[in-house]
Design a protein around this ligand. Structure first.
Ligand code: FES
Length: 99
């Protein structure tokens, strides 16, 4: 597999104990990961998703980072993910959607 063009890191508030707690998890991060995976597949993007522990921006949760673009998105919803996917597909301004 080629290196992904887009690597999303979604805070799911995982802790070392394996127990997921925290703002992003409570605000539905796991469902957002599923939506993101589904959109990537539907749009056939060269992108991968990783779930993370707390990214230390809880007040902006759910939080998601994108590399190598180096962008951070806050208050992520399914609609915002769709906007981000549209911007990727259409060459839109991803940075305008970031924090
Ligand atoms: S729990 Fe997601 S940034 Fe802290």
């Amino acid at each position: 597999m080629d290196m992904p063009d887009y690597h999303f890191f979604v805070c799911a508030s995982f802790r070392v104990s394996g127990e997921a707690q925290g703002v992003c998890n409570k605000k539905g991060a796991v469902g957002l990961i599923q939506h993101l995976e589904s959109e990537i597949s539907d749009r056939d993007l060269n992108a991968v998703v990783s779930s993370t522990g707390c990214l230390k921006m809880c007040t902006k949760g759910p939080v998601m980072m994108l590399y190598p673009q180096g962008l951070t998105f806050g208050e992520v919803t399914e609609d915002k993910i769709d906007e981000i996917m549209d911007a990727i597909e259409e060459g839109g301004d991803l940075a305008a959607l970031a924090l």
